[in-house]
Design a binder for this molecule. Structure first.
Ligand code: ZN
Length: 208
């Protein structure tokens, strides 16, 4: 009986998403120390073809490992944590669209982390979610070692719009923004296909 009460008061397996310590965690799943240390992303500079851009958190030594787990180690349970920091722009929005992975990459990895974020945000905001509007038709490989200019070149022509977007105001969702080349290229092809406003919203932003 006492053990049951103790279990209720101090539940086990409550591990902070960020520091990994067993701790009392808040509704986001992080401990009070991490809540104080985690850096919310300030306003970001605009990138070409995008009408507004924001990110939830700064990518650093605290959030980086968590984002890595989310992307590569089946860390789907971290979706709620990341979206708790992601705010959609206070504008008319018709559809929420994830930045797609190339189909080979998605098969390898099993899921697209940006799609998880987009779906859950769409549910929360009661906005249409559509992961089939844009496809990555060329595998752009990993971009981590590329410069800004190289990234721009690498993603050029890598995306195709698959359905009618005429007049639609869109929020594009990605896990991390580095130089913004990918989001910018997606926004470019969406606008070329007739989309209205295109906003970008990411879980984390990292410096170049
Ligand atoms: Zn913590």
């Amino acid at each position: 009986m006492l053990n049951k009460i103790l279990d209720l008061l101090f539940p086990e397996n409550l591990v902070c998403h960020l520091c990994g310590n067993e701790a009392v965690v808040n509704e986001r799943g992080i401990c009070s120390g991490c809540e104080k240390e985690v850096r919310v992303c300030p306003e970001l500079p605009l990138i070409p073809h995008v009408d507004g851009i924001s990110a939830g958190l700064i990518y650093d030594e605290l959030t980086g490992p968590c984002l890595h787990r989310f992307k590569y180690n089946n860390g789907k349970y971290l979706t709620s944590f990341f979206i708790s920091y992601m705010k959609v722009p206070d504008k008319k929005i018709d559809v929420i669209v994830p930045v797609p992975l190339h189909k080979n990459r998605q098969r390898q990895r099993g899921y697209n982390q940006s799609e998880l974020l987009a779906k859950k945000i769409a549910e929360r905001e009661n906005i249409r979610f559509d992961p089939h509007i844009i496809a990555r038709t060329r595998d752009t490989g990993t971009q981590t070692k590329l410069s800004h200019k190289q990234r721009e070149k690498n993603v050029k022509g890598a995306f195709s719009v698959l359905s009618n977007v005429k007049g639609l105001d869109i929020v594009l969702i990605d896990d991390v923004i580095t130089t913004g080349s990918t989001l910018s290229e997606c926004a470019k092809v969406l606008k070329k296909a007739g989309a209205g406003k295109v906003y970008a919203l990411c879980a984390c932003a990292r410096g170049n």
